[in-house]
Design a protein around this ligand. Structure first.
Ligand SMILES: [Zn+2]
Length: 155
């Protein structure tokens, strides 16, 4: 009788062990792995992290990537702004309708620095290409200029 009972316990342990192995294989095949460390997940099927450490590490990583994403976004806009200003200002000075630049993807809120002339007009620059918004009777325009050495000395 005693022997019979311990045999049952032994069988039960083997069954549980195989169930555990099958569950691990199942999670591997299903692809239910920790979002952060990629280890197969056990237990509740709605879990996405092994533990709180993986959860906080992943959230830290996401925040870091989010900041890098913002950097690239600003960088892309500055490059596009510069390209547009350059293409419409081949002579060093030009006037262009605001709508033309905006249609090309220009965003006047993204610039690298400003320069104020003696009249008090504030030009915004994207590297060496500057622009000043000018309201005219029929259309809003941008006066385009190129950076000159003397601009660095004035304010
Ligand atoms: Zn993990």
């Amino acid at each position: 009788m005693q022997l019979h009972k311990s045999k049952l316990i032994e069988n039960q342990a083997i069954i549980e062990y195989y169930a555990y192995i099958i569950r691990i294989i199942y999670y591997y095949m299903k692809g239910a792995t920790c979002v952060y460390c990629q280890k197969p997940l056990e237990g509740r099927s709605d879990k996405i992290y092994c533990d709180v450490h993986c959860k906080s590490s992943h959230q830290y990583q996401k925040t870091k990537e989010g900041k890098a994403g913002f950097y690239s976004q600003v960088d892309r806009q500055l490059k596009l702004n510069r390209k547009l200003l350059k293409s419409y200002n081949k002579a060093g000075k030009a006037t262009v309708r605001q709508s033309v630049l905006l249609n090309g993807g220009f965003n006047p809120n993204y610039f690298t620095h400003i320069w104020r002339n003696q009249k008090g007009d504030v030009y915004r620059f994207v590297y060496e290409f500057g622009f000043l918004k000018k309201e005219e009777a029929h259309a809003t325009k941008f006066i385009l200029v190129k950076w000159q050495d003397y601009m660095a000395r004035s304010n």
